[in-house]
Design a protein around this ligand. Structure first.
Ligand SMILES: [Zn+2]
Length: 94
């Protein structure tokens, strides 16, 4: 594992996964969701944290936006009529 594949933040380590997101081995939580909650408070049920520039490895707070799951789906399907490439509904967070 390369060094850049590990992000240290909030007293935890987040590892880059095959699906392109960082998550913690300890809590299983996704880095972008932790970053959002540390800055803005708890994420309500039914909401996801979207990566504005589409880069799931860019977890700077300025690249994150909170959206409802349905708005998020609509937005991604609108930007690519064939459906979002690589979109994984079970993860549902890009
Ligand atoms: Zn998104």
């Amino acid at each position: 594992m390369k060094k850049k594949d590990i992000v240290r933040a909030y007293g935890d380590k987040f590892y880059l996964r095959n699906h392109g997101y960082y998550s913690s081995n300890i809590t299983g939580r996704y880095l972008h969701r932790v970053v959002w909650e540390e800055n803005n408070g708890e994420i309500a049920d039914g909401f996801i944290v979207h990566h504005i520039d589409g880069d799931t490895k860019n977890n700077n707070i300025s690249n994150l936006a909170l959206m409802s799951k349905s708005d998020h789906m609509k937005m991604h399907y609108a930007e690519n009529s064939g459906g979002l490439r690589g979109y994984n509904e079970s993860i549902s967070i890009r």
